[in-house]
Design a protein around this ligand. Structure first.
Ligand SMILES: Nc1ncnc2c1ncn2[C@@H]1O[C@H](COP(=O)(O)OP(=O)(O)OP(=O)(O)O)[C@@H](O)[C@H]1O
Length: 562
């Protein structure tokens, strides 16, 4: 519990900032030294001007001072460059780590936990959301620190030079952060709205792209385009509001800064005329005054980075907060062959008071094709999700026994799964097959393709195993995709093979062959198939019918299945 609380408290802007505190510390340190050099540089410059203009020194006499001025100038530029680079490096590393962590976390959350998130929303968080944090770490944090360091350094110098100027700067400086906090309060609401609109725009755009065929066939393509355009326009308007606030903030900042510098100039100028102040001090104070406001201006310019990051962070935290429900399939594979998988009194539900499965008992044996059947919405996929470890049972347990009678609770890394719509990547046939086993040689690929009855169609493709199949296998038929997915899963040599409607898209002849192939691979495996009809039924030695939250088994269920 304590670990969980700690890990969730780390998933905040403050928590993330701590993780790169060393980088940010070095950046602020370099920036701080650059600030010291700036004060020294202006002091030397004021002295050179006073020497040349009022003390009538020859230019040659000022050469050493000019040399120092150049050294200070170059040193400051290098230090500032270093400070920026270090902050950017730390920030980019953190963003890249966070992206990996979030992706890994989403893999552990699994499709059931992600059911309420659209792909577009998730992609926007992973992309624009995480990118939105970069300026916060690279600019906002160092500038916030410099807003404290440089003005205090300048105030200390000015106090040493002139009490009145110190008073003016000390009184006007704090007005700026106060004003910005007031403006920021309103701006945050606009930023949040902008972020929500970006999420909506991302998911609507992706939905429109994915549903392009259906939208065209329903004659709704124009409406979809208009809807996306409308959202884009709303997003534009909100972005303009954000910019308005930003311009307004800078305008007020400039006003305050100019007013206060003018006040310093007038007060010091008057005393200079009266002979109560010396030129060098007056000139130095006037040089320092704009630099006093510079970090405040830079901070204000990056203030929207904080607001943007706060808005993006809401989406990022939500994803990080999703409970990891999926079994870790990267665990060590089992060595002993499995004999059976037993569901013992398992119950499952997605929502409170809506149980999908109640106290289900069933066994799946090695060397047997077990058929799961039942009406739509009965809970077949839910049972398979429990077996796959994508959903945790609310009661009961699933255990596997090996051939020596030993019970295993962590056995899910031995499962192979072929869903109804297998996921194929944009690549060649061989690349898609090797997702299951990157080391597999061509002979292995041919072997599994033969077992899945896919070899003949693959060899008939223009470049055989090297033929690109397009995103999601668009260049293949539904039946070919199914067989390719079966071949791919066999490449992992799974001890338990689960297939969802594997013969749904096949012609009767191919269906017979694929069903026979499944029966063959079941000889030394536990094979579980969701199917309602077709040739696979003839190969099933066990039929389980899911009905009203219960699972009924027995040979008579074949009649229901058929
Ligand atoms: N992620 C989810 N969140 C909430 N309810 C869900 C979720 N997935 C499924 N359900 C509900 O659980 C019940 C069982 O669904 P399940 O997908 O297991 O049925 P099924 O037998 O596989 O149906 P089909 O044959 O149509 O695929 C259904 O009432 C469904 O609405």
């Amino acid at each position: 519990m304590k670990v969980m609380m700690q890990s969730s408290s780390n998933k905040t802007l403050v928590g993330f900032t701590r993780r790169i505190s060393l980088w940010l510390g070095v950046s602020v340190l370099l920036g701080g030294v650059a600030a010291v050099l700036l004060v020294l540089q202006l002091t030397v410059f004021a002295q050179i001007v006073a020497d040349l203009a009022f003390r009538h020194h020859a230019l040659e006499a000022e050469v050493p001072a000019l040399g120092w001025l150049v050294i200070l100038l170059v040193g400051r530029a290098l230090l500032q460059w270093g400070a920026d680079i270090v902050a950017a490096q730390g920030s980019l590393r953190l963003i890249s780590k966070l992206r990996n962590e979030l992706l890994q976390h989403l893999f552990h959350v699994g499709p059931v936990g992600m059911a309420n998130y659209t792909t577009g929303e998730t992609v926007t968080v992973l992309d624009a959301g995480l990118e939105g944090l970069e300026p916060y770490f690279a600019q906002y944090i160092p500038r916030a620190a410099m807003m404290v360091v440089l003005p205090f350094m300048i105030l200390a110098t000015v106090l040493h030079l002139d009490g009145w100027s110190f008073l003016i700067l000390a009184c006007t400086g704090p007005l700026i952060p106060v004003f910005m906090a007031l403006v920021g309060y309103r701006a945050q609401a606009i930023m949040d709205r902008q972020w929500t609109q970006l999420l909506l725009l991302g998911s609507s755009f992706l939905d429109a792209l994915q549903g392009m065929t259906s939208l065209r066939l329903f004659g709704r393509a124009k409406d979809a385009v208009a809807a996306v355009a409308g959202m884009a326009d709303e997003y534009r308007c909100t972005t303009m509001s954000v910019m308005k606030v930003a311009f307004l903030t800078s305008a007020v900042l400039e006003f305050f800064a100019s007013l206060s510098i003018a006040l310093v100039a007038v007060v010091f100028g008057a005393r200079l005329l009266e002979g109560k102040a010396d030129f060098q001090s007056a000139f130095l104070v006037l040089l320092l005054a704009p630099e006093y406001f510079m970090p405040l201006r830079a901070f204000s310019a990056s203030y929207h980075a904080r607001q943007n990051a706060t808005a993006a962070m809401a989406g990022i935290s939500k994803l990080f907060a999703l409970p990891a429900g999926v079994v870790d399939h990267t665990q060590q594979p089992m060595i002993e062959p499995l004999l059976s998988v037993n569901c013992e009194n398992i119950s499952a539900k997605y929502e409170e008071n809506r149980p999908v499965l109640s106290r289900v008992n069933c066994t799946f044996n090695r060397g047997t094709v077990s058929l799961i059947t039942g009406e739509s919405g009965a809970g077949k996929t839910t049972l398979v999700r429990l077996l796959l470890g994508l959903l945790s049972p609310v009661a009961g347990r699933i255990v596997a026994k090996d051939v020596h009678g030993q019970i295993h609770t962590h056995w899910q890394s031995c499962i192979g799964w072929v869903p109804q719509r297998p996921c194929l990547i944009h690549g060649t046939v061989a690349e898609n097959l090797r997702l299951a086993n990157p080391q597999a040689d061509v002979e292995c690929l041919r072997n599994v393709a033969r077992q899945a009855d896919a070899l003949s169609f693959i060899e008939a493709l223009p470049q055989g195993f090297d033929t690109p199949i397009g995103e999601r296998g668009v260049c293949l038929s539904g039946g070919q995709v199914q067989r390719l997915a079966l071949a791919r899963v066999l490449l992992r040599d799974p001890q338990v093979l689960i297939l969802d409607e594997p013969t749904a898209h096949l012609d009767p002849e191919t269906e017979q062959r694929v069903a026979a192939a499944i029966a063959r691979v079941a000889l030394d495996r536990i094979v579980i198939v969701i199917a309602h009809r077709g040739a696979i039924i003839n190969h099933a030695r066990q039929v389980l019918r899911v009905h009203k939250g219960q699972v009924f088994s027995g040979p008579h269920m074949l009649e229901h299945a058929a």
